[in-house]
Design a protein around this ligand. Sequence first.
Ligand code: NAP
Length: 315
Amino acid sequence: MAENKPTREGAHVKNLILGSGPAGLSAALYSARAELSPIVLAGNEYGGQVSLTHIVENYPGFPDAVGGPELTELFKKQAERFGAKVVFDTATDVDFSQRPFWIKTYEKSYLADTLIIATGATPRHLEVPGETEFTGRGVSYCGTCDGFFFKGKDVVVVGGGDSALEEGSFLTRFANKVTVVHRRDELRAGAILQQRAKDNPKMGFIWDTKVNTINGNGAVQHLDLENLKTGKREEFKTDGIFIFIGHTPNTQIFKGHLEMDAGGYIVANRNMETGVPGVFTAGEVSDPHFRQVITSAGMGAAAAIQATRFLEANP
Ligand code: NAP
């Protein structure tokens, strides 16, 4: 990366925000109201994960729920009202060795006095036939978001980690039956979560098994499962499939520039500060735990407040 670095030129901005999910757009609102004239680079997935969510029922202020894409538009409109500019472009390279920070995109380059990284995380996909087709119609990556739609129904959870068991247990509040399909005969999840899941009469397990295809007609109806030890295949009826096989934080371009944990999440302190003064993070790019619209939005606001304070102290 560094050896190909061209001269550090670019459009000067006081505050550049990478990502247009709840964290990025909330940061933009606060930054714009502090008159930092933020530019938001929308990234490859405009609106982030929430824009793939059919209905959001747990974001305060919307007692009758709000559509994920609609919420993104409202966030954007509110930030733009105060002067934020959303640009449909994506950062491809960075240099944080000095301020202003240099950020290259597909279209141009920027020199930013402060940077808020809100590039989010992407749930890992099984990458099997039917997965994309039925996303939002029985395929989900968020129990907290979509569990309610499976009241009295049968669902499958894929994965054997903490997320799979935690979300699987949560889903038993709504679902009639939650069947965990795991590719091994041993769970990765912590002992307490394992015990709780095994004690839950609504939870069942299918071991050593992978999902080959997700099938249905307008919505998920059944899965093609394959036992990895015996090779035996079965058609398994289900109303939904929740996939919890890990997340990948969108931090590829920051490798070597910022400290990251073993999972690739950017390490930041409670003030949203990374190890580089003037570079802040918000939302799932540095948060593997909460993963909610409201927590990401809160972190976005906090990061913008911190960027504002930073510029006051370092004009
Ligand atoms: P994870 O620990 O990486 O577990 C992913 C699970 O998905 C594993 O069981 C893995 O199987 C399985 N898997 C991966 N790729 C697969 C594929 N292509 N097909 C089928 N199965 C696949 O991810 P996570 O559960 O999201 O947890 C991420 C981190 O957050 C962990 O550090 C976890 O401890 C933490 N977390 C903590 C809590 C909590 O403390 N309450 C809650 C949630 C998450 P194998 O086991 O065979 O590799």
